[in-house]
Design a protein around this ligand. Structure first.
Ligand code: 16G
Ligand code: MG
Length: 539
């Protein structure tokens, strides 16, 4: 390492004094103006990780569903997965090192992680549409170059597309071609194969309205549209030409407020969905005949997908292990339906895709979803090989295996992907001849409410029980016991400076009132700051 050259480069990306940085649930996130040095250093870190693994590493510049003024960065590991936990710690230390200590901080990582500094490094970079993203991507590129790494800059990409590119590059093309065209072709040909078998009444083409959160999803769906248009009409809204990113629209807005996004006109029974700002989350919704808004969130998607996969697996007749992975936010009725009606084993992990993904990898077929719409299905290599082999035969088993084989290609198995999930949902609805209402009717959601408070607490049992402060969990338990079909928990957010409060019960009034009572208990017992929680606020 040429320390003098590095110091000179780093001096162009000086660390602002007095701020602490943390590689959180999904990387670094904060106001864009504080991130220049973080980006440069994540370029350095990606180069080191690449030298250590001998594989291409991804750097994604995005702050997902957060406001347009924010930005962030996350690193993508060789198989398209989230960065390994030990490297999250390296990332945090590197981002916080004072400028004069930077070379030393780098050397410490080289030693602790046994990096071979002379090895080649390859780093793939992608960014979302935020105004700050291009300049921040440039800082990351300079970081990679400062350690002699080779760069492939993909420019504008959705987060899952970057995950896909990384995986393709590191698997000699077995996962697909590491180009946008490769991504569109892989997904659209699997989608076409699947929907070819669907028996829609008449020649009516399926159609879906998509709220793109004024983000990258709009650009990429527009590019993909010609590839899927024979089977699916995609109408784009909030495509970034007028509105502000994630403002009053997008998957996070729709899920937390439980109402439609601005900028999308719905007619009763039309199928609509919302992506988030980097297109790794999706939720569906519609207006019922009475004009009421109905949300189909990650739990509804998990149920539809796992039910369909289970039916196909039963026809194929192999004894693959199957598991569904959720978090504490999963609606209680979705978990009950999966366990009691579908008889699928359900597991609960901490919030954050990396935790769900990790758990889902334990199964031949693992479906994971956060209620907020982030998820996918994973297939073990053994299951994929077997299924693709069975798909060669022309009998009944072979037919089911063919559908499964196409689903394997349609799911983005690197992380949740709104575009891929949308195509999976559309394919399943078409194949099963289900309307959005029939899908919704698989089980009824328990009314629920999420609020936030600024306090300090710690949790256990997949974040479902509070350990500190003393007395808080007892207070929650006693409040919960006053409602029917109720459940509530609190946990510190891993991405924002708040504690999240979740409550569900037999009616919306009860869920709201329980959420408010629990947030008051949190505020009082956990040293809340600012105003006392008011009833009815949602964030
Ligand atoms: C991030 C996470 C998501 C999590 C959300 C809220 C990834 C890729 N994304 O978007 O999984 O649900 O933050 O987390 O991990 P929080 O409740 O800890 O703030
Ligand atoms: Mg996102």
């Amino acid at each position: 390492m040429d320390v003098d050259a590095l110091r000179k480069q780093a001096a162009l990306h000086a660390k602002p004094p007095g701020l602490a940085f943390h590689y959180g649930t999904a990387g670094f996130r904060m106001r864009a103006e504080h991130l220049d040095h973080v980006m440069f250093r994540m370029g350095l870190l990606a180069a080191l990780r690449s030298k250590q693994t001998g594989a291409a590493i991804g750097v994604m510049v995005t702050a997902s569903h957060n406001p347009e003024e924010d930005n962030g960065v996350k690193l993508v590991d060789p198989l398209g997965e989230m960065l390994a936990p030990a490297w999250e710690e390296h990332a945090t230390r590197l981002a916080n090192a004072e400028d004069p200590d930077l070379p030393r901080a780098l050397l410490r990582i080289v030693e602790e992680a046994a990096v071979e500094p002379a090895r080649d490094a390859v780093v793939l970079i992608g960014r979302d549409t935020r105004p700050s993203s291009e300049q921040l991507a440039q800082a990351a590129r300079e970081g990679v170059a400062a350690l002699g790494g080779r760069l492939h800059d993909y420019g504008l990409l959705t987060t899952p597309q970057l995950h896909y590119m990384v995986r393709c590059r590191n698997t000699d093309g077995r996962y697909g071609k590491p180009t946008l065209d490769g991504y569109y072709r892989k997904l659209s040909s699997a989608f076409a194969e699947l929907t070819k078998q669907a028996s829609r009444s008449g020649d009516e083409r399926a159609s879906v309205k998509v709220d793109c959160a004024n983000g990258i999803g709009a650009l990429k769906l527009r590019e993909m549209e010609p590839h899927v248009s024979p089977g699916l009409a995609v109408q784009l809204f909030n495509d970034g030409t007028k509105g502000k990113l994630n403002h009053l629209c997008g998957a996070d807005f729709v899920k937390t407020h439980q109402k439609p996004p601005h900028g999308l006109e719905m007619k009763p029974n039309e199928r609509c969905c919302s992506l988030d700002g980097d297109a790794d989350r999706i939720v569906y919704y519609y207006l019922d005949a009475a004009g009421a808004f109905r949300l189909l969130d990650g739990d509804k998607m998990a149920v539809l997908m796992s039910t369909f996969l289970q039916e196909l697996l039963a026809e194929v007749g192999e004894s693959f292990s199957v598991g569904v992975v959720q978090t504490a936010y999963a609606n209680g009725n979705s978990t009950r339906f999966l366990e009691e009606v579908m008889k699928v084993p359900v597991y609960c992990t901490k919030t954050g895709v990396k935790h769900l993904h990790h758990k889902a990898q334990e199964f031949d077929v693992g479906v994971y979803f956060e209620a907020n719409g982030h998820g996918t299905a994973l297939f073990s290599e053994a299951a994929e090989v077997k299924i693709k082999q069975l798909a060669e035969s022309e009998d009944r088993k072979g037919k089911a295996a063919k559908v499964l084989a196409n689903l394997i290609d349609l799911f983005n198995q690197t992380a949740g992907d709104a575009i891929s999930d949308m195509l999976v949902i559309e394919a399943i609805l078409a194949l099963k001849g289900l309307t959005v209402q029939q899908w919704d009717a698989l089980y009824a959601d328990l009314p629920n409410r999420q609020v936030a408070d600024r306090t300090v607490i710690s949790t256990t049992d997949a974040e479902r029980r509070a350990v500190t402060p003393p007395g808080l969990q007892e207070a929650i338990d006693s409040l919960v016991s006053g409602y029917r079909l109720s459940r509530a928990f609190v946990r510190p957010s891993g991405t924002e400076d708040v504690v999240r409060v979740y409550a569900e019960a037999d009616s919306q009034e009860s869920a709201d009132s329980l959420a408010h009572a629990v947030s008051l208990a949190v505020f009082e017992l956990a040293g809340g700051i600012g105003e006392r929680p008011q009833p009815g606020f949602t964030r």
